[in-house]
Design a protein around this ligand. Sequence first.
Ligand code: SUG
Length: 446
Amino acid sequence: MSMREINFDGLVGPTHNYSGLAHGNVASMSHEGLVANPREAALQGLEKIKSLMDSGYAQGVLPPQQRPDLGALRELGFAGSDARVLARAADEAPQLLRAVCSASSMWTANAATVTPSVDAPDGRVHFTPANLQSSFHRYLEPTTTGRVLASIFADEACFAHHPALPATPAFSDEGAANHTRLAGEHGEPGVHLYVYGRQAFGGDGIAPRRYPARQTLEASQAVARQHGLGDAQTVFAQQHPEAIDAGVFHNDVIAVGNGPVLLYHERAFRDEQGTLDALRERMASPLIPVRVPVEAVSLDDAVASYLFNSQLLTNPDGTMTLVVPGECQEREAVWRCLQDHLLAGHNPISEVVVKDVKQSMRNGGGPACLRLRVALSEAERAAISGRVLLDDALHGELVAWVERHYRDRLAPADLADPALASETLTALDELTGILRLGSVYPFQLG
Ligand code: SUG
């Protein structure tokens, strides 16, 4: 069976802005109030996926969400015309207006957790949208995410969709950003590494003190259960509390795995050796750990550069390419580590590709945050609905669509502009036509 990983990148929405909404995400907190450039943000994302497609990697896209989410404001008691709802929210609760305008669905590593069919007992690909209950602006995503995934992966013979977990702190779930599948190659049965920040029920109480732990053990276990994974296929590891307190709000800011390779920072896991041992015990092929010690890259450098928020991609000859954000070039220790430790080391990483996703990075989203990995067989690829697999024609249409509809300047004060809301609806309505998705947005469902 020819399994292939497809990276589904989130298209950056027209309301991309810097509102400082994410507590514990150092970039988001420090760039609050900056003027954003949504057009540049979307084009940077499209350039990344075009160049990866040109290099032979399979690429898909997921649409942005409807923002501002006026439905959410109405549920919170703001009534009247759309313009009135926006004006009142801007006046009485500006923090709520900012939350309902966030373009955070671009970070599709948080959209869902996905289990390939080769690992699931029923032989289907399983999806659970992340409940993202740890922040209000992200909690608004899962309903539409579930609808979009169900519309693309509609064929019930191939795909199974589960409900998001109960949106309560005990089941706080942030999706694939805390999930890594390791296997000799994509078609081989895999071992699933779930990394959590805290335990809700019981545990020894060791958890971060400064910033919130967004993923719970109980959430990770529930997702594994939904997907039918057993003990022999799963490892649950606690994230190092020090890492979270340094700004590592998801595991994908401190570790990345692909195939048999696990690239990780010394402080990624609370029990480093125990985690590696548990993986080795379960994997059919030898694990290839690539450890970056704290002397080579400090936690602060890791967070500032997003070295570990890289995409690790398999090449046809078995080597791997690491796609890193431009910020890695700006930190000497990180750049040196890439050259001397990673490229020169005994591991399959043979190439480093630098991508500029600065607009997203300023909100704490690197190359790996922007994509959801879905490993599919040929038959499953053929069963995809809609026009979401990237080719030159689709890329060209998406670039033209962004250039037609997106602003090149958006400050938090612009979010109350009713014209922004109507521009966004026009753009999204056109986008569902381009992607042939049918009706997925609240404004289309009536
Ligand atoms: O949830 N930023 C996102 C970044 C998510 C990155 N994803 C992964 N690491 N997989 C977050 O913290 C900031 C939005 C703002 O401030 O407007 C934000 O939500």
